[in-house]
Design a protein around this ligand. Structure first.
Ligand code: PHE
Length: 461
C-alpha cells in the first residue's frame, strides 16, 4: 500500500490523457506508420489498422491502464501482484523498451539531421535522389546525430526536466497537427498526387495478406506504447476518479488521427514525384524506414521560394519534440525497471541505460553503411535496425499481449479489470473488451505468430 501512497498522481483526466498521448505520439506515427502503409498495400493496411485499433487496441489499453491503476505498481510488480506465476511477464515486457530505445534514437538523429539541413537552407539538395542514402551510409555523421539525440534524452531524464519538455510539447503538438494538415493539403494538390490519395484511402483487397495484419498489429502496439508495460506504469499514476474508458478513447483517437494525417502527407507526393517515371513508384513505396526522409523533402522543394526551407525546418523541429517525449518515456521506463529491481541510484541506472543504448544503437546506425552486409532477417531482407524493430514489434510484443490476454481472460478473469473500469460508472465497451481479450486477440495472435515464424523460414508471403 505504501507504494501506492508514494506515487504522485496526474492532476486529472486531461493531465493523464496528455501525458499518455505524449508517450504514444512520436516517430511511430510520423515515420513508421506511413512507411508500413505504403509498403503493405495502402488502403487495405489503413483499414486493417483501424479495425485493430478499435478492437485490440481498445481492449489492451483498457487492460493495461486498469492493471496499473488497480495495483498501483509498474509492470514487474503489477504482474506479480496479480498472479505470482505471471511475474515473468513483467520482465518480458521490460525487454521491449530496451530493444526499442537504441534504434528509436538512431531515427531521432536522422530527424535532427534534416532539421539542420533545412535551417542551413540546404532543403533543395536534400530533395535530390540519393541524398538520404548517401547520408545514412556514412559512418560518422549519422552516429554523431544519434549520440546527440540519445544524449538529449538522457539529459532530460537525468535532470528530471521532462515536465518542462512536456509543457513545450503540449504547445508544439497542436502546431504539428495544423502544420501537417497544411503540408498534406499542399502535397495532395500536386499533379498526379490524387492517385496516391486513392492508393492510401481505398482498400484494394488484392493487396491483403497475413503480413498486412501482422505489420498492422505490430504497429498498433508500437504506436500506442502497448505490450511493454509502459501503459501499466501510466495507469499506476492515474487517479481513481478519472474516467478510464473515455481516457482510452481519447488517447486512441489522438494517436490514430496523427498517424492517419502523416500517411496523407507522405504517401501522395510519391505518386506525384514519379508521375513521369512510374516504374520507380513501386521501389519508393517499398523503401521502408527511409520513406519519410525521401518523400517530404520533395514536397518542401515544391514550395515557392524559401517557404520550403522554413516549413521544413519548422516541421522537423516539431517532430523532434514529439520524438523526444516518446524517447524520454522509453528511457524512464528502463531506468525505473533497473532502479526497482537492483535498488541502485537513478543516475547510475541512467548511465547503464545509456551504455546499453550505445551498444545496440551503433550497429543499428552502421547497418545502413559499413555493416550493410549483415542481414539478420535473411531472405526477408532489411538492416540491423529492421531486425531490432522486427524482434520487438512482431515477436515480443505479440507474445506479451497474448500472455496478458490469457492472464486477464482465464486466470484473474475479465471481471477484475471491468470492476476497476466501473469505478467511474458504466463500462460501455465491456462486451467488446471481454470478447477481444478472451477469444479474438488470443486466437489471432497465435495464428499470426505461427505464420510470421514460418514466414521467416519458408517465405510464405
Ligand atoms: N509510441 C511511440 C511512438 O509512436 C513509441 C514508443 C513506444 C514510446 C513505446 C514509448 C514506448 O513513437
Amino acid at each position: 500500500m505504501n507504494n501506492t501512497q508514494k506515487r504522485s498522481n496526474f492532476s486529472g483526466k486531461l493531465g493523464f490523457v496528455l501525458a499518455a498521448a505524449g508517450s504514444a505520439v512520436g516517430l511511430g506515427n510520423m515515420w513508421r506508420f506511413p512507411y508500413l502503409a505504403a509498403k503493405h498495400g495502402g488502403g487495405i493496411f489503413l483499414l486493417v489498422y483501424l479495425i485493430l485499433a478499435v478492437t485490440f487496441g481498445f481492449g489492451l489499453m483498457v487492460t493495461e491502464i486498469a492493471i496499473g491503476r488497480k495495483t498501483g505498481l509498474s509492470a514487474i510488480g503489477a504482474y506479480k501482484k496479480l498472479n505470482s506465476k505471471f511475474s515473468f511477464l513483467g520482465y518480458l515486457s521490460a525487454i521491449v523498451p530496451i530493444i526499442i530505445l537504441p534504434y528509436y534514437c538512431v531515427i531521432g538523429g536522422w530527424v535532427m539531421k534534416y532539421f539542420g539541413v533545412y535551417v542551413s537552407g540546404a532543403g533543395h539538395e536534400s530533395a535530390a535522389d540519393g541524398f538520404f542514402g548517401g547520408f545514412v551510409s556514412k559512418a560518422g555523421e549519422p552516429l554523431l546525430w544519434f549520440a546527440l539525440f540519445l544524449g538529449l534524452t538522457a539529459l532530460v531524464v537525468l535532470l528530471g526536466v521532462d515536465k518542462g519538455i512536456e509543457k513545450v510539447s503540449k504547445i508544439m503538438m497542436p502546431v504539428l497537427v495544423l502544420l501537417s494538415i497544411g503540408i498534406a493539403i499542399f502535397g495532395m494538390t500536386r499533379p498526379g498526387a490524387m492517385e496516391g490519395v486513392k492508393y492510401y484511402l481505398l482498400p484494394d483487397f488484392q493487396n491483403f495478406s497475413v503480413v498486412t495484419v501482422l505489420s498492422a498489429m505490430g504497429q498498433l502496439f508500437y504506436s500506442m506504447s502497448l505490450a511493454m508495460g509502459i501503459m501499466i506504469t501510466y495507469g499506476s499514476y492515474m487517479k481513481k476518479d478519472v474516467n478510464l474508458e473515455s481516457s482510452v478513447r481519447h488517447i486512441e483517437i489522438f494517436d490514430t488521427g496523427i498517424a492517419f494525417l502523416a500517411g496523407l502527407m507522405i504517401i501522395p507526393p510519391l505518386f506525384s514525384a514519379t508521375a513521369s517515371n512510374p516504374e520507380q513508384l513501386d521501389g519508393l513505396l517499398k523503401s521502408g524506414p527511409s520513406l519519410m526522409f525521401v518523400s517530404l523533402p520533395k514536397v518542401f522543394d515544391g514550395m515557392p521560394g524559401i517557404t520550403g526551407d522554413i516549413v521544413g525546418a519548422l516541421f522537423f523541429l516539431l517532430v523532434i519534440f514529439a520524438a523526444l517525449t516518446s524517447s524520454i518515456s522509453l528511457m524512464e521506463a528502463i531506468v525505473s525497471i533497473i532502479h526497482d529491481k537492483f535498488h541502485i541510484g537513478r543516475k547510475t541506472c541512467c548511465f547503464i541505460t545509456l551504455g546499453i543504448s550505445i551498444i545496440l544503437g551503433v550497429p543499428s546506425s552502421l547497418g545502413f553503411g559499413v555493416l550493410s552486409f549483415i542481414n539478420p532477417l535473411g531472405t526477408a531482407g532489411g538492416s540491423i535496425l529492421d531486425f531490432f524493430d522486427f524482434i520487438s514489434n512482431n515477436i515480443l510484443m505479440p507474445i506479451v499481449a497474448l500472455l496478458t490476454c490469457i492472464l486477464v481472460g482465464y486466470v484473474i478473469k475479465t471481471k477484475t479489470i471491468s470492476d476497476e473500469v466501473e469505478i467511474n460508472g458504466k463500462f460501455k465497451g465491456k462486451k467488446l473488451f471481454e470478447v477481444v481479450v478472451k477469444y479474438i486477440a488470443p486466437v489471432c495472435i497465435v495464428a499470426i505468430l505461427v505464420f510470421s515464424v514460418l514466414d521467416v523460414f519458408f517465405k510464405l508471403s
